[in-house]
Unconditional design. Structure first.
Lengths: 400, 431
């Protein structure tokens, strides 16, 4: 039996962040009801789509992050929709919600402070304070959290990472907190309300230069990728692409010099003395790059790792799928996904990144993501709505 | 006293760098009793014995003042062991015997060689759960391979789509995104494993691949390839389906502002805030989504012309008030000017024995009714040796013997200094 069987989760908002947060639960057996607007929320509208044909049931983000959930299409802007939600919440252990803050506040007020579910609210700036009601997206979260500034070259446009990366990190933080809240309540009986502010979740974590600056006043140089003062750090060209080194320090640097046939360089003050090192970057590069140029990224990876050097191949999306480790670990799985036609479509999605009791255990599998409103009738049945009541809700556009 | 959601949970953490240590701190934030086991005589990467850029000002040894270490190790206790000695190994055995969770982060195969693989852990304590967070996972072909977050970013497809669209791969900066997300995923894995134990009564082993933790976040990159046979582009700040969506120059030198209008309503708000309401009025070509997509470069130029006149903070204020998405791109010093973080009193001042008071960033979330507190600043090497070993049943003379034998320690030898017995520093400081 999956570890989270019995956990009852309600996801509200239909956004990418809400979907990412609750995937942590549905992938391990929890019952997740995805309450979504009848018109389909953000996560269903994000590209890419098969053959670039947009469809509410076949967006890549939806198919990957909504695996194994049930969909209840419900218009929460009406009293009738909210009444259905109240009944859903009365039968839940955990609410994960990501909505505009005024709606979120109203939603949280509906949760019974004694018997209601634990809550995790996902926001950009928090539920209070002068910026609380600002709307942000992945790009502006990167702007506020100092990460875009760090991810840029002096004088040039600061950059985000790949699309949605910041939002997914915020959601991952929220997903973790839901599990903690439910665990805690079982231990001490206290119902907890958790609030994640995206800016704080990104800035308070690592991969931000804020902490270093705060404690040291150290302004991090915004140089291009290859570090010239301490090396090799960054991507270097090789025969068939690039390899990434994080090998500036002993013992990695010493080992690397040995591998490339320049063991003496590891003891040469031009390359080891911090006051001289930056002036001799090009000389070092001239020793390393010819060695790399005649070798493939995987050959370099294996040879360097064998010698104890932190080195990794730079892979693109196609190479990631065929990487021997990802094949050996079954890091991707296929799911038969309901598509626009009669036949399900076969979709490749990443497997859960952690698995209990051994990787090759057959206990873990992915299930299809739901069609919009696929489980509306079933859930309303469970909540005790008569068929006439269900038709009334449907006719008024409250459900879908 | 901090949030008590995880009160009573006993965690032994033996990880280095960031993902594991930060994950364990998050457990500590929620009330778990986390004991960090540090290695002796080898010191970890974030415990450098010589000063470096990240060394915080203050007295005391550099390995107690490393900012990269302080960033990931609040709310824990600390013991320092040489588990290659029988005395040190016995301490770890007793820790595991009383633990709910053992987290280790060495390269695949290392912990087995040290005698604390899953079989050994399960025998010591059948109820203990164990999480291994080797970079590329424990099972598979990459035993012994070592990496930091930057290497994982390179191998998951992310590095190939980051950076300036027109720039070479060499210009793409290393990042440590995997550490930031890996920490939260470690907590997810931990609670999921403990939930399994609740059902079975028996501890379980979790193989958490930090690399898979990253791949998990990029279904878009994957699907471009699997569904449409395309390798994803390096987009910079561009969104293929939203105009405007970018970072534009503001009035100051190297000052930037992030702007996006995801639909016509937000576009009208943005246009009016920039003093160009006509951009959103039909029949202006830019009044529609597709009109803006077709005129991407012209729209970007027009926005830059407007944003260059004003400061990023002012722009964000005006555009947000109108109802569109806008934020200044802030540096570490500028973010302190955020009225929002000030109003929420987000930053903390932390007292630490060797660094004195330091201002640090706040928590990743807030919780009611029992809010988070910073109960323990980053612990010194072996700071809780005595306290923890007494709890484990050691007597004072036994602890002294372990210390003088080098099985436990509370400091590292200084480079160039005379060899000294471990523990010297504590005694000198206390006398």
């Amino acid at each position: 039996m999956q570890p989270l069987v019995g956990l009852r989760v309600v996801e509200v908002g239909g956004t990418l962040a809400a979907g990412v947060a609750t995937k942590r639960y549905s992938d391990f057996g929890a019952r997740v009801i995805k309450v979504e607007p009848p018109t389909g929320g953000e996560i269903r509208r994000l590209a890419p789509f098969p053959d670039d044909r947009p469809h509410l049931d076949t967006g890549a983000m939806h198919m990957a992050f909504d695996t194994g959930k049930r969909s209840l299409a419900l218009d929460l802007s009406t009293p009738s929709g909210r009444e259905v939600l109240d009944r859903v919440l009365a039968d839940a252990d955990l609410l994960i919600a990501h909505q505009p803050v005024p709606e979120l506040r109203a939603l949280l007020r509906r949760v019974d402070s004694e018997s209601g579910p634990c809550t995790v609210a996902i926001t950009a700036h928090g539920l209070d304070g002068p910026y609380a009601e600002r709307i942000e997206n992945d790009l502006t979260l990167f702007g506020w959290s100092t990460r875009a500034h760090r991810h840029s070259v002096q004088g040039r446009e600061p950059l985000r990472y790949a699309p949605q990366v910041g939002m997914i990190q915020v959601a991952n933080t929220a997903g973790m907190l839901g599990l903690v809240a439910v665990w805690g309540r079982r231990q001490d009986g206290r119902r907890r309300d958790v609030e994640v502010a995206g800016v704080e979740a990104l800035m308070g974590n690592v991969d931000s230069s804020f902490f270093l600056w705060a404690v040291n006043g150290a302004v991090q140089p915004r140089s291009a990728g290859l570090y010239r003062g301490i090396y090799p750090m960054g991507a270097y060209p090789c025969k068939d692409g690039h390899v990434l080194f994080s090998a500036a320090r002993h013992p990695f640097f010493t080992n690397l010099c040995r591998v490339i046939g320049h063991p003496e360089a590891a003891f040469d003050p031009r390359f080891t003395d911090p006051s001289q090192r930056a002036d001799h970057f090009e000389e070092f590069r001239a020793m390393l790059e010819p060695w790399l140029a005649v070798r493939t990224k995987y050959d370099i990876f294996h040879e360097m790792q064998e010698a104890g050097v932190m080195c990794a191949p730079v892979l693109d999306a196609s190479e990631v799928m065929t990487d021997p480790q990802s094949v050996a670990r079954r890091s991707y799985v296929t799911v038969a996904q309901p598509g626009p036609g009669d036949e399900p479509i076969e979709v490749t999605v990443p497997a859960a990144p952690y698995r209990m009791n051994g990787l090759h255990s057959d206990r873990w599998q992915a299930h299809a993501a739901p069609r919009l409103g696929e489980h509306t009738g079933e859930i309303l049945d469970e909540l005790g709505y008569s068929r006439d009541e269900q038709i009334a809700l449907f006719r008024a556009g409250v459900t879908g | 006293m901090t949030t008590r959601a995880l009160a009573g949970l006993r965690v032994v953490e033996m990880t280095e760098a960031w993902a594991g240590p930060v994950g364990a701190s998050l457990l500590g934030d929620m009330g778990a009793d986390v004991v960090k086991v540090e290695s002796y005589p080898r010191s970890s990467m974030t415990r450098p014995v010589r000063p470096r850029e990240a060394t915080m000002p203050g007295d005391g040894p550099p390995y107690e003042r490393d900012a990269l270490h302080h960033q990931g190790n609040r709310n824990k206790r600390n013991v320092c062991l040489d588990i290659r000695t029988e005395g040190g190994a016995e301490v770890l055995r007793r820790l595991i015997a009383g633990a709910d969770l053992f987290i280790e982060g060495y390269s695949s195969g290392t912990i087995e060689r040290l005698g604390f693989g899953w079989d050994a852990v399960h025998e010591i304590n059948p109820r203990a759960c164990m999480i291994s967070l080797a970079g590329w996972g424990v099972a598979g072909l990459y035993a012994g391979k070592v990496t930091l977050g930057a290497g994982l970013d390179a191998t998951c497809g992310h590095m190939s789509v980051r950076g300036y669209p027109d720039g070479p791969m060499e210009d793409v900066r290393s990042n440590f995104h995997s550490d930031a997300t890996g920490a939260a995923t470690t907590v997810c894995a931990a609670i999921t494993a403990l939930e399994q134990r609740e059902r079975t009564g028996e501890g379980c082993f979790t193989d958490f691949s930090q690399w898979e933790g990253l791949v998990w976040q990029f279904p878009g990159l994957l699907s471009e390839w699997t569904m449409n046979g395309r390798l994803p582009d390096r987009l910079g700040n561009r969104d293929p389906h939203i105009v405007p969506h970018g970072v534009y120059r503001a009035s100051g030198d190297d000052e930037w502002v992030a702007v996006a209008a995801e639909d016509d309503e937000q576009w009208a708000a943005l246009a009016s805030a920039l003093g160009h309401g006509e951009w959103a009025r039909e029949p202006h070509a830019w009044a529609t989504l597709t009109g803006r997509l077709r005129a991407r470069e012209a729209v970007d130029r027009a926005i830059t012309t407007a944003t260059r006149e004003r400061s990023a903070f002012d722009l964000a204020e005006a555009v947000q008030a109108a109802g569109a998405i806008c934020a200044p791109v802030v540096s570490s010093s500028q973010v302190l000017m955020s009225p929002q973080l000030q109003a929420r009193e987000w930053n903390h001042i932390i007292e630490h024995r060797w660094t004195g008071p330091a201002m640090v960033g706040g928590f990743l979330w807030q919780v009611e009714p029992d809010p988070l507190t910073w109960d323990r600043p980053t612990a010194l090497v072996g700071e809780h040796n005595e306290e923890v070993l007494i709890e484990l049943g050691y007597s004072a003379p036994e602890i002294a013997d372990l210390l003088s034998a080098g099985a436990i320690a509370d400091g590292y030898p200084q480079p160039g200094g005379a060899p000294r017995s471990p523990g010297l520093q504590r005694r000198a400081g206390d006398s």
